[in-house]
Design a protein around this ligand. Sequence first.
Ligand code: ATP
Ligand code: MG
Length: 437
Amino acid sequence: MPIDDALARSRLAAAVPENVRQVCAKLQGAGHQSVTVGGAVRDAILERSPGDWDVATAATPDQVMALFPRTIPTGIQHGTVTIVTGRGLASHVEVTTFRGEGAYTDARRPDHVRFGVPLVEDLARRDFRVNAMAYDPAADQLIDPYDGRRDLDERMLRAVGPTGDVYEDAVARFTEDGLRVMRAVRFAAQLEFALDADTERGIGPALPSLAKVSKERISDELRKLLAARKPSLGLRIAERSGIVRLIAAPLASAIDARADIEHWLARVDAAPPAVRLGAMFAELARRRPLPRLDRVLAKDAEQLLKALKFANDEAALAATLVGIAPASMVEAWTLPEVRRLLSDVTRPRVDAAIAFFRADGATALADHSAAVSKDPISVGELAIAGKDLMDALSMPPGPSVGRILQVLLDGALEDPSVNTREKLLELAGGVEREPAR
Ligand code: ATP
Ligand code: MG
C-alpha cells in the first residue's frame, strides 16, 4: 500500500504519546508553533517503534522554561530544553527551538546557531529528507516541504537541503558534519532503504570531514549498522564509497577484488550480531592460513578497535575473532590442534569462536570445536591444582609449579583422557624439575 498523506497522518495520530501531544498543545496555546520532528515522525510513518519523540518549537528556550514548571536546560546553547512531564525518563520531552546554523568550520559542530528561523529552514539543516518531516498533532498536519514521505514510500534516502539539487545538498550536508555519511549507511542498513545515487556521490568529497568526527560517534553508528538484520545493506555502500577504507585503514588496505567483497558481506550477514564486529574486521585483515591464534593480527585489531573507542570487552572479543580468522582457512585439523586453538581463544570466548567459524564457512572446524569444547583448555580446568601438586610431590610454592601445570595442560590438550587426578599426578612425577640453583 503506498504511503499517502492520509495514511501517514493516521499512523502519526495513533503513535504520538499523550505527554508529547500536551507539550505541543501548551506551547501552541501560548502562540508558538510546535511540532514533533525527525526520527520519531519517520519511524511512526514506517510503523517502526519510534525512539525518542523530539519537539521543535518557535518558542525560545527562555519562553519554553517559563511555560513549564519542571524543565532541565539540557543543551540550552543549542536551543534544547527537557520538559519533565511526570515520573521517570519516559516522561522527558526534549524541546528544541527552530534553528538555522552558521558555518561548520570544524566539520563537527556549527560555529553558532541562529534562533528565530522558520520551521522549513530548521528542517533543511537536517540530514535526510526522511528525517526532515514534522507533524503537528493539534492540527493533524504533516509538514513535509522536502517530500520525505515520497522517499519513505520509495524506501530511498536522499540528502535534504535548501537548493533542491540532491548532489549539491549532499556534499554540503555531509561536509558540514562528517558523521552524516555514517548515518547514511547506518540508515540504509537499519531501515533497509536504498541510498540515492546523487546522495551517495556526495560521500567521497566529505570523507575528510568524517576523519574529523569523534571516534565514539563513528563506533556508535557502526554498532547500530552491525545490529541491523542485514548489515551488508549499509556495508556495501560504505565499502564502495571509501568509508570502510578510512575506518579500517590502520588494519588493512581494505579489500580489492569484487569477489572478496561479496564474500565479506555474506560472512558479516551470516554472523550472529555478537560476533559481527569481529567478522567485519576479520575479513579486512585476513592473512595466510594458520592453525593458531595470530597474536600479531589480534593485537593490531585490538589497537584499532580501541582507537575507535569500542568498549574494552567488545574490542578484545572482536580482536580474538580477527586473530583466529586465519584458522578458518586451514583445511585439515587434528583434535589436539583444535584444542590448542581453543586454548588460545580462552574459555569465555569459545562459543563466540564457534559461531564465528560457522559464519565464516569453516563448518568442519566449527564442528570439531564444538566436539572438543568440553575438554580442558586451561590450567584452571585441569583435574588437579597447584596445591595438589605441591602436596603430592612435596614441592615448595614457586614458578616450577606453574611450569609443571603447563606441561600437564599440554598433555591434556594432546589427549584429554589424562585429565584425572591419578594420571596427572603420575605425569607430573615424570616431569623434569628445574635444576636447583
Ligand atoms: P535514531 O534515533 O535511530 O538514532 P534519528 O534519526 O532519530 O535516528 P536522532 O539522533 O534521534 O536520530 O536525531 C533526531 C533527528 O535530528 C534526526 O531525525 C535528524 O532530523 C536530526 N539529526 C540528528 N543527528 C543529525 C546530524 N548529525 N545531522 C543532521 N541532522 C541530525
Ligand atoms: Mg531518534
